[in-house]
Ligand binder design. Sequence first.
Ligand code: IPE
Ligand code: IPE
Ligand code: MG
Length: 262
Amino acid sequence: MALVDVLAAVPSGSPEAAIAQGLDFGRLPRHVAVIMDGNGRWAAERHLPRVEGHRAGIESVRETVETSARLGLCVLTLYAFSVENWKRPVTEVSALMGLLRHYLRAELKTLLRNNIQFKVIGQMDRLGREVREELDAAMARTAANTGMVFNIALSYGGRAEIVDAARQAIARGLTPDQLDEETFASFLYTAGQPDPDLLIRTSGEMRVSNFLLWQIAYAEIWVTDTFWPDFRARHLLEAVADYQKRDRRYGAVSSDTVEALK
Ligand code: IPE
Ligand code: IPE
Ligand code: MG
């Protein structure tokens, strides 16, 4: 997947085509994680019930998954439902679960066609049986795919994930000296995956809301005021273009400083 694949999916001469043409495909983020926020506010602006915002957000999910696969990302993680979101009214939670099932049924073929491996990260045992069965089926059907990994974070909490990992390490009988950062990360839901290089949040909120707390240690953060249902390929490409202008220092000095000192 590369520039030609992105250009095939966007109108020629469009702003998104121009952004794609300016990208350095040798320096793409390997993993992009997205906090999909603002569905409720999108609906409120239109005097619609909140669920209509969630429904409209499905098209943004579809476009983001497709564009990410066409770009050639290794991993895309979408935050769809947090452990804290269980506090929402039952009607909203069940509407969200219904939309999830609808999405899976409609998009499984596209995931298969695009060689995408679908994964759920989060406390799956808290989800209803029907949703779980559908998620399990989608994971099984796409397990042998070798293209992009698409993680959907459902009933997900970063702190819960870290506690789960610690519990597993203890259950496996690891001694304190056997536990280092790499070993610990192998007990997380994202074991074997690169950490997110780029974290996107929509709707302008400047917080991480318990998302991938361990994995985002050095992620570059990109926040847009756009509400999730309005998020399109153009926004994703803008975020990647902006990411490519960043100087990732990991606590060391900038590459310019290193050059100047030579
Ligand atoms: C994001 O939109 C979707 C979920 C968290 C499930 P919200 O529902 O949080 O929308 P706002 O933030 O209230 O606008
Ligand atoms: C974060 O959005 C969770 C998801 C996008 C699934 P929230 O709307 O739940 O986060 P807060 O409450 O604004 O922090
Ligand atoms: Mg929100």
